[in-house]
Unconditional design. Structure first.
Length: 106
């Protein structure tokens, strides 16, 4: 199973936020780093499940080197902790934190 690069940010007085450069719109959060990464696996699994259900191909998981060399993402790396996250199999296709709307949804 593919593992996706996750960028974790934390500002003073906020939760940990997680985003995936290769899966735009898939974000998650948690009060601790461990919780944020668990929630990220759930959000990622659900987001990819929705993509498959809509007949879309899953985005390719790029290497850290490929993502770091993308000039559009340089700002995203500032202050980020970098982890890899595998999508949780069987994840809820409507996880909290997935900004992906269902096709045909109101």
């Amino acid at each position: 199973m593919a593992r996706y690069i996750a960028l974790v940010h934390k500002d003073e007085g906020t939760s940990y936020g997680v985003s995936f450069p290769d899966v735009p719109g898939c974000v998650s959060a948690g009060d601790t780093l461990d919780e944020a990464l668990r929630n990220a696996a759930e959000a990622l699994g659900g987001h990819l499940a929705l993509m498959r259900a809509d007949g879309e191909a899953e985005p390719a998981a790029r290497s850290l080197e490929a993502i770091r060399s993308d000039p559009e993402l340089w700002d995203e790396f500032q202050g980020a902790v970098v982890r890899t996250v595998a999508p949780r199999p069987g994840a809820n296709p409507h996880p909290v934190g997935s900004a992906r709307p269902r096709v045909g949804a109101p």
